[in-house]
Design a protein around this ligand. Sequence first.
Ligand code: HEM
Length: 211
Amino acid sequence: MTVEAAPSSATASSASQGAKIHPAWVRITHWVNTVATVVMIGSGWEIYNASPLFPFLFPKSITIGGWLAGALLWHFAAMWLLAVNGLVYIALGIMTGHFRRKLFPIRPRDVISDIKAALTGRLTYEDLSVYNAVQRLFYLGVIIAGIVTVLSGLAIWKPIQLQELTALFGGYEAARYVHFFAMATIVGFLVIHVVMALLVPKSLRAMITGR
Ligand code: HEM
């Protein structure tokens, strides 16, 4: 397994030279995760509709599975893909030093200045191999939201066998709310993430081809 080279600085312009930006394992796990996440969310909305927590339902046209039993089958099938793929991504992210280099450090002062720069149109994406502070915060946040979603999902799937985990979330009912809000966090991330990818198409190209 190759260990990724550390980017020299946020202003270097390796991206424009066709240099390697995302290793294959990041791209493969990213796109497998995208498929798994979309299926989990779509089927999760159908499951929610069978026993809503709030006074609204998700439109049938954007849910997966058709009815409760169908949605549960989709949800449990995609769950394995999400969990195994997520474990591979997190293990390789730690082992190769990818997380340490690409997601850290996250300094509040950098986040504030990058938000200001983004709002005034001064944030540049010259070097795609280095994430800015807002991206780092977002990616770390969605990884944590993913972990919370899987753990709270396990807590409501097996509340007897995994009662310690369920208790950790404050019981079955509370775990359902945690699961819902973690899903909502991921959906919020996805909306911004996909808009950003479309606004900076070369970042999307790099996540597909690696360069
Ligand atoms: C159609 C859906 C998606 C598109 C078009 C997309 C696009 C991208 C692109 C272009 C990047 C590279 C960002 C950059 O270089 O500036 C990226 C990175 C990333 N995306 Fe997505 N993405 C999608 C779905 C998702 C989903 C569902 C998640 C998680 C729930 C996710 C989490 C991440 C993370 C954590 C990274 C950083 C990867 C790393 O370097 O380790 N993405 N995505």
